[in-house]
Each structure stands twice: as structure tokens, then as C-alpha cells.
Design a protein around this ligand. Structure first.
Ligand code: HSE
Length: 308
């Protein structure tokens, strides 16, 4: 039986001021396996283990399957009969890039299974098109810290080397679909807010490159999305402030939320506890992870094909 397994890391988008342009891959993973099966025809279903089990669709509306179908259509090749297994470590709807990881897993598994020869840049283009923004797919695909912008209709990727960093992610038990978090944003922003963010993105890159937690405190402030999104979740503002008060150099909404990510050189346990306590005071349970930076990005763990 021919099979291919892809591992895709989680990602945190925006990193404060870098709305839709900056993302960082994290050491939390989804694995997806595509199996060609004997007999039958076409897509034969999905099994899901781990995060999202019981709520991720197992029919053809599944994001992994939809992404795979898109790639099969693109290359004009598809297996006669195939099924999918998902082993998910990335919480769904958390702001940690679970949907981007699902899309990448589907595209890369499909590509490897049929030797589609679709290049990594094209994989990102398709993933960003499906997602509507690139700052989760880009770091999950390439690994590390990635700046991604569109230039003349093409994605321009700038990987930025960062030293090992440790972050705490705290996820409140609250449903905040990305589409709702994006709908909360204004269509236009004041020039002063644009200037506020532009300078901080520059500073943020320098701070992350240097692993300089001191400068992160200034650099990770944002006026383009967080002020509009933080009020959407009970306890989010309090948890944000609790993380800083407990010693985090910087706290930001991870992607569109509802999770928060805190950067600190040490004291991660106390920071996570303080943030969780703030959510608890607002009546929300939460889960938390201590994570590092995933440098390698998505890869084929077993089966045919090279990196993509
Ligand atoms: N940049 C996107 C947003 C990321 O903030 O809406 C979503 O995870």
C-alpha cells in the first residue's frame, strides 16, 4: 500500500504589529497520512485523532481533503482510491494556524502521493489563496520566522534567522472564528496608527534576530488589529496584562486569537499561571503550552517525494 505522511508545525501570525505579514513556526505539530487503497474508487474518508476529533469533518468538506482535491485538479493526476488519517496536535480555531496546517498537509501529501512536482512557492500561493492571508501558511511551510508580502501579484518570502526562543501560549475555552475576528477590523486606519506599527515591525525584526527580550516589549505593541479584537473575548485584556505583570517581555494575540502568546527568557510557568488565572476570573477555562521555534517547517516524514 502506498502511503505518505506529512508533518506540519503550528504557527503564530502577526506577532503584534506585523498584521498579515509576519509569522513564526512553533514546536507543536499535525501529522497527516494519505493512503492509496486497493479497490473502491475516489476519496474514502478521514479519521481524526487528537485535536479536533469529533468536530473536524470526516467527509469531502474536510479542509485537508479540499486542499488535496485542489492539487489533484492542478496537476491532473489523482489516486484511484485514497483515504486520510489526521493526527492533530494543534488545537482547532486557536490562532495557532490549525487551518493553515490542514491546508498545507493536504497540498503536500497530495503532491507527494502523485509525484505532482508542484514547487514550494506554488504550494504557498495556493495555501494563502485558500486561507485568505499568508502569515500562518508561510512559517508552517518554511519554518522559523518569516516575513511575507505580496509583490506584483507574487508572494515575496523573507526568512529571518532567530535564536532559540521560548514562548507560552494560553488558549481560553472560547469560540472565536477567524472570520469573526477579521470582521471586527476597520476598513481604514488612521495614519498615526500605521506609523505606530510600521516602526515597530522594523524594531521587532531586530529584536527577534538578536533574541533581545528588552526591545520586544516596545516592538510587539500593535494598533492595527489587537485593539479591535481583544474586547471580543472575556478576560483577554486581563490575561494580556497579567502576563506582562508576571514577567513576560511581550504578550500578543496569536494570529486572530483567541490564544495569547507571551515571550520571556524565563519564568514561563508563572506567566502561564497568571494568564490562566485571569481567564479563570472571567469565567473561562484555558489550556497552555510552552513552545519553542520550529526551524525546519513542514516536511515529508515518510513516503515518496522530497521536501514538498
Ligand atoms: N493574520 C491573520 C489574522 C492570522 O490576524 O487574521 C489568522 O490566524
Amino acid at each position: 500500500m502506498k502511503a505518505v505522511t506529512i508533518r506540519v508545525p503550528a504557527s503564530t501570525g502577526n506577532l503584534g504589529p506585523g498584521f498579515d505579514c509576519l509569522g513564526l513556526a512553533l514546536t507543536l505539530y499535525n501529522e497527516v497520512t494519505f493512503e492509496v487503497i486497493d479497490g473502491g474508487s475516489g476519496f474514502a474518508g478521514v479519521t481524526v485523532d487528537g485535536e479536533g476529533q469529533g468536530c473536524i469533518p470526516t467527509d469531502e468538506t474536510n479542509m485537508v481533503v479540499q486542499a488535496a482535491e485542489r492539487l489533484f485538479d492542478l496537476v491532473g493526476k489523482r489516486p484511484a482510491a485514497w483515504r486520510v488519517r489526521q493526527q492533530n496536535g494543534i488545537p482547532v480555531g486557536s490562532g495557532l494556524g490549525s487551518s493553515g496546517a490542514a491546508v498545507l498537509g493536504g497540498l503536500m501529501a497530495a503532491n507527494a502521493l502523485v509525484n505532482g512536482c508542484v514547487e514550494v512557492g506554488e504550494i504557498l500561493t495556493i495555501a494563502a489563496e485558500i486561507e485568505g492571508y499568508p502569515d500562518n501558511a508561510a512559517p508552517s511551510l518554511y519554518g522559523g520566522l518569516v516575513l511575507v508580502i505580496k509583490n506584483n501579484g507574487r508572494w515575496f518570502i523573507e526568512p529571518i534567522a532567530v535564536p532559540p526562543l521560548r514562548v507560552v501560549v494560553v488558549l481560553p475555552d472560547f469560540d472565536l472564528p477567524t472570520v469573526v475576528a477579521r470582521a471586527a477590523l476597520p476598513k481604514e486606519v488612521p495614519l498615526t496608527d500605521a506609523i505606530f506599527n510600521t516602526g515597530r515591525v522594523g524594531l521587532l525584526l531586530r529584536a527577534l534576530e538578536a533574541g533581545d527580550y528588552g526591545r520586544l516589549a516596545v516592538a510587539m505593541q500593535d494598533r492595527l488589529h489587537q485593539p479591535y479584537r481583544l474586547p471580543l473575548v472575556p478576560g483577554l485584556v486581563a490575561a494580556f496584562e497579567a502576563g506582562r505583570a508576571a514577567g513576560a517581555a511581550a504578550v500578543a494575540l496569536s494570529g486572530a486569537g483567541p490564544s495569547l502568546i507571551a515571550f520571556a527568557p524565563n519564568g514561563h510557568e508563572a506567566i502561564g499561571e497568571a494568564m490562566a488565572a485571569a481567564f479563570a476570573s472571567a469565567g473561562l477555562a484555558s489550556r497552555r503550552w510552552l513552545l519553542g521555534v520550529e526551524t525546519a517547517g513542514a516536511k515529508v516524514l515518510s513516503g515518496s517525494g522530497a521536501r514538498v
